[in-house]
Design a binder for this molecule. Structure first.
Ligand SMILES: Nc1ncnc2c1ncn2[C@@H]1O[C@H](COP(=O)(O)OP(=O)(O)O)[C@@H](O)[C@H]1O
Ligand SMILES: [Mg+2]
Length: 284
């Protein structure tokens, strides 16, 4: 359960983000940008005045409608993207770039793992970059591969794996570097319902075994209630922020069919609807 006395790990204060459209136009094709600029509101902020504290070891869910700025916030936390205003602190120090204490798992495993490397090679890759010796790499990667249930598949290439297995490779690769924080952006969004459920259960087990802090984005209400200790609910972009935080009062594993869990899910749904409608008047 969520322990309110635990140490604060991440502090987000008055965070705002507005995309620098001029600069981005130099980097991306105009066609792609036109769509994004329209949705992102050229003249305004995507995220506006986001405030949140996340405790060490917490399984934290960011829940919001598509396009509200969830990935933007995660990318700022990962250090891939600069904020426009406010503060984002990790153990009291500003986040300005990626760091080894933060491991990132993307929605699309295909663009995140290397097709020319085996499962073992992919999971060892980060360790190799850090200069970890071969024997040690083998051992750590072996443990991570076992943890995500891929033992026996070490020599396979991504083209020989299912979507769920590729996502496991990505998770194993993150875990192998032993980050304190796992940042996951809709990691199970592209998977079929059954595989998704299996990986959700595995993620809960991994979290329990490793006590990592998990920052997990989803637009799926059921997934949020199944996984999270706390759920941050976003209002809609532009000027999105976190309008509601809820603590999930159930032990793991959770049974979505139990009346108290489904009643709670219904309440979260209402919060989400209210959040989405909160700044409707600002919408494009
Ligand atoms: N590089 C970018 N340049 C301009 N606008 C962007 C860029 N990336 C995202 N946006 C806009 O910011 C908003 C939030 O995007 P995103 O964080 O990807 O939302 P989510 O992950 O919640 O679906 C969207 O309206 C999107 O179009
Ligand atoms: Mg996203």
């Amino acid at each position: 359960m969520y322990n309110s006395n635990a140490k604060t790990k991440i502090a987000i204060r008055h965070l705002s983000k507005r995309y620098d459209v001029e600069k981005k136009n130099l980097l991306f094709s105009k066609n792609i940008e036109a769509d994004r600029i329209f949705n992102g509101n050229e003249n305004g902020y995507v995220l506006k005045d986001v405030n949140l504290e996340i405790k060490e070891g917490e399984f934290h869910i960011f829940l919001g409608a598509s396009g509200c700025g969830k990935s933007t916030l995660l990318n700022i936390l990962a250090g891939f993207l600069a904020k426009s205003d406010g503060e984002v602190l990790l153990d009291g120090a500003p986040i300005t770039k990626p760091g080894p204490e933060r491991g990132v798992v993307f929605q699309n495993a295909d663009s995140a793992i290397f097709p020319w490397l085996t499962v073992q090679g992919n999971v060892e890759y980060g360790l190799k970059m850090q200069g970890v010796k071969k024997e040690e790499r083998r051992r750590i990667a072996g443990d991570a591969i076992a943890l995500v249930g891929l033992a026996g598949h070490e020599k396979k290439h991504p083209s020989e794996l299912s979507g769920g297995m590729k996502q496991r490779v990505q998770i194993a690769r993150s875990i192998a570097s032993d980050p304190k924080i796992l940042i996951m952006d809709e990691p199970f969004g592209a998977l079929d319902a059954q595989t998704r459920k299996i990986l959700q259960d595995e993620l809960i087990n991994i979290w329990k075994k490793t006590s990592k802090t998990i920052l997990f984005v989803t637009h799926d209400l059921q997934e949020a209630v199944y996984l999270g200790e706390r759920i941050s609910i976003f209002s809609a972009a532009p000027n999105a922020n976190i309008t509601k935080e809820v603590e999930v009062p159930f032990d793991y594993p959770r049974n979505p069919n139990k009346p108290d869990v489904s009643e709670f899910t219904r309440e979260v749904h209402e919060h989400l609807e209210r959040a989405i409608n909160a700044n409707n008047t600002n919408q494009l």
